[in-house]
Structure formats: structure tokens, C-alpha cells
Design a binder for this molecule. Structure first.
Ligand code: B1M
Length: 219
């Protein structure tokens, strides 16, 4: 198999052994670290989601796939392009969290990497975070934006409740809110949520849209 397909297979099979070698080969072949993630690793993860969703793969195997994915991203991270001066001067601060009740963090951590490499300061407070923890971190770090990730359908309800909580605390104008995660749709965020929220709420389909949205949000 070509190395890209081997990597995809590794994610599907949760096969960690030999991962470094395949990643080295892919990089030596001239593939860009981010393209490896976006094309091959995420391609594998998509198949895992389909197999799991249709009952052809059991949860422990999904977990193994997720572990291989995380290891691969960690190994590729040093090879990712960084904008010049990304470390010296921050373009803005975002508090990033997976919402209450949700453990999925691969997407959130990718957003962290992409934003960090492009000059933003990311305060990544982890998974299963209540809105109170996001507010606390945003105050402590003087954040420009709060970013929430969630993959469960249930998490879309949590996000709605989080916005309501910001309103009830009178904090709806304090931070623009960036939302992402596979359970959301653009219509749900931009029509349903935004119409009921007096502050700014935006939807990012992927980490790159998140990056593009940051500039107007921190301005
Ligand atoms: Co879960 N899981 N899972 N799972 N899991 C899904 C989400 C599911 C769709 C699978 C399926 O049924 N086909 C399904 C949800 C169904 C639903 O809600 N209707 C599901 C389920 C049911 C569950 C459990 C309930 C299973 C169980 O226990 N019976 C359980 C939930 C536990 C909980 O959260 N309380 C569970 C557990 C797990 C694992 C722990 C095994 C593992 C997660 C490991 C981890 O993250 N550390 C896992 C995995 C791996 C998945 C799938 C297969 C893959 C998710 C993933 O990492 N994708 C997933 C299937 C799917 O998504 N189709 C599935 C790759 C990742 C890069 O994509 O996070 O979408 P994503 O991020 C994207 C964009 O969405 C965007 O950028 C990224 C790409 O650039 N983005 C943002 C994300 N966040 C953003 C934030 C932003 C901007 C952009 O700004 C703030």
C-alpha cells in the first residue's frame, strides 16, 4: 500500500507499531504534516466513525484508533509550519474547551495546534468543562474569545445552555463565542443560536475556518 493509505489503515486498525516509520516515510516523500493529518489521518477517523455508527466496530477499538490518531498528531506537530513570530507576539487569546459531558478532544486539540502555530495564545482547559470554568479561565487570562467544541448531539444542547448562562450573567457581550464540532451545523449555529443570543456567536466547520474567524473576532 502507498504510505498515505497505510497511515489511514493504521488509524482504522488502531495499529500503533511502526507508526513513526510510516510518518517519517510520508514526510521524506515530501508530504506536508498538515496534509497528512487532514487527508490520511482524518480519512481514517471518518471510516472509524462510520464503522462505529453502523455497529461494525466496538467502543474499545474506537478508543485505540483515537490513541493512534493522537500519537500521530503529536509526532507530526513539530513538523507543522509556524508563522514567523508566532511565539513572540500573541495575536489574541482564546479559551478553548470541550463542553460539559463530552470527552471528544481530538478536534479541539487540532484547533489548539493550528491557532497556536498561527500566533494565537490558546488556553486549552480540556474536556467536560462547564461554562463556569470557561468564564473563569477567560477572566483570568483576559481572553478575547471563548471557543467551545462538542461532538455529541447532546453537546449542541449544552452549547445553547451555555449561551443562555452567559446572558443570565450579563456576560453575553464580553467574549465572542466560536463553536465547532461534528454534531453542529452552520444553520443551527448561525440561525437558531445566533438569533437568540445578543452577543456574537460563530460556527467553524474545521480548524482552518476557526483560524480565519479569529482575526475579525479579536479585532
Ligand atoms: Co465518540 N461518538 N463516543 N468517541 N466518536 C462520535 C462523536 C459519534 C458520531 C460516533 C458515531 O456514532 N458514528 C457518536 C455521537 C452520536 C451522537 O451524539 N448522536 C459518538 C458516541 C455515541 C460516543 C459515546 C457516547 C459512545 C459510548 O460511550 N457508547 C462516547 C461519548 C463519551 C462522552 O463524550 N461522554 C464516545 C466516546 C468516544 C471515544 C472516547 C472512544 C473516542 C474519543 C477519543 C478522544 O477524543 N479523546 C471517540 C471517537 C474517536 C469518535 C469518532 C469516531 C471520531 C471523533 C474524532 O476525533 N474525529 C466520532 C465519529 C465522528 O465524529 N463522525 C464519534 C476527528 C476530529 C478531528 O474531528 O472533532 O469533528 P472533530 O473536529 C473537526 C471539526 O469538527 C472542527 O475541527 C476539526 C477538524 O479540523 N472542530 C472545531 C471541532 N471542534 C472545534 C472547535 C472550534 C472550531 C472547529 O472552535 C472552538
Amino acid at each position: 500500500l502507498p504510505v498515505g493509505e497505510r497511515l489511514e489503515r493504521r488509524i482504522i486498525d488502531g495499529a500503533r507499531k511502526g507508526l513513526e516509520d510510516d510518518l517519517d516515510t510520508a514526510l521524506a516523500d515530501g508530504m506536508k504534516a498538515l496534509d497528512i493529518v487532514n487527508t490520511h489521518l482524518l480519512g481514517g477517523m471518518k471510516v472509524v466513525g462510520e464503522l462505529f455508527g453502523s455497529g461494525q466496530m466496538q467502543l474499545p477499538f474506537v478508543l485505540q484508533s483515537a490513541e493512534v490518531m493522537k500519537t500521530a498528531v503529536a509526532l507530526l506537530e513539530p513538523h507543522m509550519e509556524k508563522v514567523e513570530g508566532a511565539e513572540e507576539q500573541s495575536k489574541g487569546v482564546i479559551v478553548l474547551a470541550t463542553v460539559r459531558g463530552d470527552v471528544h478532544d481530538i478536534g479541539k486539540n487540532l484547533v489548539d495546534i493550528i491557532l497556536t502555530n498561527n500566533g494565537y495564545t490558546v488556553v486549552n482547559i480540556g474536556i467536560k468543562q462547564p461554562i463556569s470554568a470557561m468564564i473563569e479561565a477567560a477572566e483570568e487570562h483576559n481572553a478575547d474569545v471563548i471557543g467551545m467544541s462538542g461532538l455529541l448531539v447532546k453537546s449542541t444542547v449544552v452549547m445553547k445552555e451555555n449561551l443562555e448562562e452567559l446572558v443570565s450573567r450579563g456576560m453575553e457581550k464580553r467574549w465572542p463565542i466560536l463553536l465547532g464540532g461534528a454534531a453542529l451545523t452552520r444553520t443551527f449555529v448561525e440561525d437558531d443560536l445566533a438569533s437568540a443570543f445578543p452577543g456574537v456567536v460563530r460556527y467553524a466547520r474545521d480548524a482552518f475556518e476557526g483560524l480565519r474567524l479569529m482575526e475579525p473576532l479579536v479585532a
